[in-house]
Ligand binder design. Structure first.
Ligand SMILES: C[S@@+](CC[C@H](N)C(=O)[O-])C[C@H]1O[C@@H](n2cnc3c(N)ncnc32)[C@H](O)[C@@H]1O
Length: 330
């Protein structure tokens, strides 16, 4: 594991650095820092959600007849690679995001594009209930498998997409949730529509978080990443340009759209380094490909092709830049 980069010396320092940038606004927006207001507000919203969910099966499907735009992309072995190789979110990062959003223990949160629950589950430890929504049943199945007994009653897994926010409002009630989180998934969504519709779900002072969990492995400023990028382009015979919403121009666009939808916008950045083995690197790449992109009988050739393009290193230092864009409602 590499040391933290230039932001702060320890994870704890990172957490407070991030929280310091955004927490005052969240507190203001949630009732001028009045804890009694906050408690009543979250309590009432969460109780309303619980009443609406009472008697329902805990797993649900938001049936709208809409076909998810990326159905299948994260299916099958992509989901398996995802659960095995994708990095999660550090506790300090989740604390900082929860604090920036002004979340309280009684809050309900919707984690849109929840995947295997990398953010959903740590969030559930901090609030009353998290509803994880994703179009990919295989990702949700793995999320469910990762849910231990202590969290089972605090998470609802739902098949659905960003297009289902109106159905979610019907399910849980307008003004009932403390936050909507979208981690590493906004690039699949109609973000302008989402930012507008999410406001109906949020309680007063609630917020929306857009989180980017590091730049893709093939887009980093390092010799090995450039080698990986070149190897992917020669293998697939096409330019590999995907930044998955992590580039600054896209993040500026998201920030502008959030402001345009009436949110008070803040951002927070955490940066740290982690050393990846060759296996981590290859697994990480497969977790970002669609099933069938590299057929099973070509997997070894693919691994050799990538390996030959990389510098001869024991480990590959991944500089993880976690970027959180936080929009708070008034
Ligand atoms: C890169 S994964 C991120 C998963 C998780 N949030 C994380 O941070 O690890 C992107 C997820 O977005 C989901 N997704 C794709 N299109 C979506 C949409 N229109 N609405 C909601 N989720 C979507 C995919 O199925 C996938 O699970």
């Amino acid at each position: 594991m590499g040391g933290l980069a230039d932001v702060a010396a320890t994870a704890a320092a990172n957490a407070s650095a991030i929280a310091a940038q955004v927490a005052p606004t969240a507190a203001r927006a949630a009732g001028a820092g009045n804890p009694v207001f906050r408690r009543r507000c979250c309590d009432a919203a969460a109780s309303a959600v619980e009443a609406r969910l009472a008697g329902r099966s805990l797993d649900c499907s938001l049936v709208t007849g809409q076909t998810p735009a990326v159905a299948g992309t994260f299916a099958g072995e992509t989901a398996d690679y995802y659960v095995r190789y994708r990095r999660g979110y550090r506790e300090a990062t989740v604390d900082a995001v929860a604090s920036a959003l002004g979340l309280a223990h009684d809050d309900v949160v919707i984690d849109l594009g929840c995947g295997t629950g990398l953010l959903t589950l740590p969030l559930a430890r901090r609030v009353r209930l998290v509803i994880g929504v994703d179009p990919e049943a295989d990702m949700l199945a793995l999320a469910r498998r990762r849910t231990d007994a202590t969290l089972a009653a605090k998470v609802v897994w739902c098949v659905g997409t960003d297009g289902d926010l109106p159905a979610l409002v019907n399910l849980v009630g307008a003004g009932s949730v403390g936050a909507v989180t979208v981690a590493q998934a906004l690039h699949f969504m109609d973000y302008e529509r989402l930012f507008g519709q999410a406001r109906r779900l949020l309680r007063p002072g609630g917020g929306l978080a857009v989180i980017a969990n590091g730049v893709p492995l093939w887009q980093q400023d390092s010799e090995w990443s450039r080698g990986l990028h070149a190897a992917l382009e020669t293998w697939f015979q096409r330019p590999v340009t995907a930044t998955c919403g992590t580039d600054r121009a896209t993040q500026a666009r998201y920030a502008q759209a959030l402001a345009g939808a009436g949110y008070e916008v803040h951002e927070a950045v955490e940066q740290y380094q982690v050393d990846l083995t060759l296996d981590d690197l290859l697994g990480g790449v497969h977790s970002a490909l669609s099933p069938g992109d590299v057929p099973a009988d070509r997997r070894d050739a693919f691994a050799n092709h990538i390996t030959n393009a990389l510098p001869n290193l024991e480990t590959f230092t991944d500089t993880v830049r976690v970027h959180a864009l936080i929009g708070i409602t008034h």
